[in-house]
Design a protein around this ligand. Structure first.
Ligand code: 1GP
Length: 244
């Protein structure tokens, strides 16, 4: 079974806290991670679309590892910022990009680095959903074959492709701080079409929204902006995800 599959079978639904090394100094990132650990988060993801320094990523991961026992998963925007002090890496292909760099080339160049550093890769199909009129940073920086808020059929097509090409997990992301999260209807239809674990992120800032998205079929909820802007809300978000 895949790493994520094992975590899910042992713990039920999961919550991952996303920390962007660009948003605060490493010590501050460590404090945030420790609070999220107290609230019951299951892993810390480290990454962001605007990260530009390997040292910054390394020091952020070091501070988080110092402050918590949680697994740290890199959420990279490039193979250039991989570090050996993280535990795992979302080895991601941005499926609905028209630019081969985001789908394949970065991964190809990064593969020997992952091997050398000894981080465990988690083969991940990554889909960005365009939920809002105002594009998110990831939408601006990647060239997307757009999947709009209502285009459930297209999302299902990409989800099936993800599973059929052997990815261990599908991550559906509305990008950071979008005007609205991915629709529950889309999550539910995607969930019904695949059997691999489903991660959902982007725009989930309240317990009610988190509950709605897990009820629709998300196995794992990622929150980033909530960790940055209203860390206390992460506690109730986690409680909502884990309640039966
Ligand atoms: C972005 O899914 C993550 O890649 C988190 O999004 O910052 O909106 O929580 P938020």
């Amino acid at each position: 079974m895949s790493v994520i599959g094992t975590w899910l079978s042992e713990n039920g639904r999961l919550h991952f806290s996303l920390i962007d090394p660009d948003s605060q100094p490493p010590q501050e990132a460590g404090k945030k991670a420790a609070l999220c650990a107290d609230y019951g988060t299951d892993a810390i993801m480290v990454g962001g679309t605007t990260v530009e320094s390997r040292q910054q990523v390394y020091e952020t991961v070091a501070a988080i590892k110092n402050a918590t026992d949680l697994p740290v998963i890199l959420f990279p925007n490039s193979g250039a910022f991989l570090v050996d002090n993280a535990d795992y890496l979302f080895f991601m292909s941005l499926l609905n990009s028209t630019n081969p760099m985001h789908k394949f080339t970065e991964q190809l160049e990064g593969a020997p680095i992952v091997k050398k550093l000894g981080i465990t890769p988690i083969p991940t199909g990554y889909m960005v959903i365009s939920t809002s009129p105002r594009p998110t940073t990831v939408e601006k920086k990647t060239q997307l074959d757009k999947i709009t808020y209502d285009d459930v059929e297209k999302a299902v097509k990409y989800a099936l492709y993800t599973q059929f090409t052997g990815m261990h997990v599908l991550y559906m992301d509305a990008g950071s701080n979008p005007q609205q999260p991915i629709s529950s209807q889309m999550i539910s239809q995607v969930r019904d079409s695949i059997s691999i674990p489903l991660i959902v992120g982007g725009g989930i800032r309240s317990a009610d929204t988190a509950r709605e998205k897990v009820e629709a079929g998300a196995d794992i909820i990622v929150t980033g902006t909530a960790v940055e802007e209203n860390i206390r809300s992460v506690k109730t978000i986690i409680q909502a995800i884990k309640e039966k």
